[in-house]
Design a protein. Structure first.
Length: 274
């Protein structure tokens, strides 16, 4: 199944659901940045929630930037996405390796850290961009974004993100975002909570070749789910160019540029003796 995002409504339009398969996107990011397995899992989760949030933007020139900065060895991850959604990103330490957690799985929480923050910048055509900052709560990213949505956007959300990695690369990756509308009942919300608990990991459902519609039905316990948009194809795409680089450098002072060049020359000199 190729990468895809679908938007759905459950329970007669009272629950909004966005489901994403980002396997190929995350694999491309892994190859592009030569990521270790645990960094692949962490960065892949961030890329997935970023493209999901990107689909919520309406304007053709809208842009969303997410930064996750923690006290773990990864330190910083950044991603920028538009509403297509095309996405690109950066990881400060792409090749770190740490032991598996107590359940024998990649320890994303430890790699990110539990002290730090999520910084979300939405440039959606307003006079000033929207900036939302929320503290990390676990470093697992899904929990951290659920907390972000409550604190910064005042919406209760269920967030699931997963990346399954094997020796050959990314086996499956994806996620979902569920938001109840104001008229959603406590009974309907309770049904979804129970369904999410029974469904298991999103990466496992994708690995079992479930379609995104089947996943949406499973996590809501609503077989009458209504798809409102399904031809959304997320891509890992870098639009960097000499012109963009020139524009970026023009915002940096001459002394800062000279310092960057000095550090680069020093780094290359040190490498020659390794």
């Amino acid at each position: 199944m190729s990468d895809k995002i679908i938007k759905c409504l459950a329970y007669d339009g009272k629950i909004s659901v966005i489901c994403a398969n980002t396997t190929e996107l995350v694999e491309k990011a892994r190859n592009t940045h030569d990521l270790s397995p645990v960094v692949t899992a962490a960065f892949g989760r961030m890329l997935t929630i970023a493209v999901i949030m990107g689909t919520e933007m309406k304007g053709q020139n809208d842009k969303l930037t997410i930064q996750i900065k923690g006290n773990g060895p990864i330190e910083t991850m950044v991603a920028t996405v538009n509403n297509i959604p095309n996405i690109k990103g950066y990881v400060a330490n792409p090749q770190i390796d740490i032991p598996l957690n107590e359940f024998g799985k990649l320890d994303v929480g430890k790699a990110i850290g539990t002290q730090g923050y999520i910084n979300v910048i939405k440039d959606i055509g307003l006079k000033e961009p929207y900036i939302g900052i929320s503290p990390l709560v676990s470093g697992e990213i899904a929990d951290d974004f659920a907390n972000y949505f409550v604190n910064s956007e005042q919406r209760n959300s269920a967030v699931a993100l997963g990346v399954l990695v094997n020796k050959d690369g990314v086996k499956s990756a994806g996620g979902y975002l569920i938001n109840p509308m104001p008229d959603a009942t406590e009974e309907e919300i309770s049904k979804i909570e129970q369904a999410i608990f029974k469904s298991g990991a999103i990466s496992k459902m994708l690995d079992e070749k479930l379609s995104l519609k089947e996943i949406a039905q499973r996590i809501t316990n609503d077989n009458e789910i209504q798809i409102i948009e399904e031809n959304i194809i997320p891509k890992y795409y870098c639009d960097c160019s000499k012109e963009h680089m020139k524009d970026g450098l023009s915002t940096i002072g001459k002394e800062e540029i000279e310092q960057i060049l000095k550090e680069e020359r020093k780094s290359r000199t040190n490498m020659s003796f390794l």
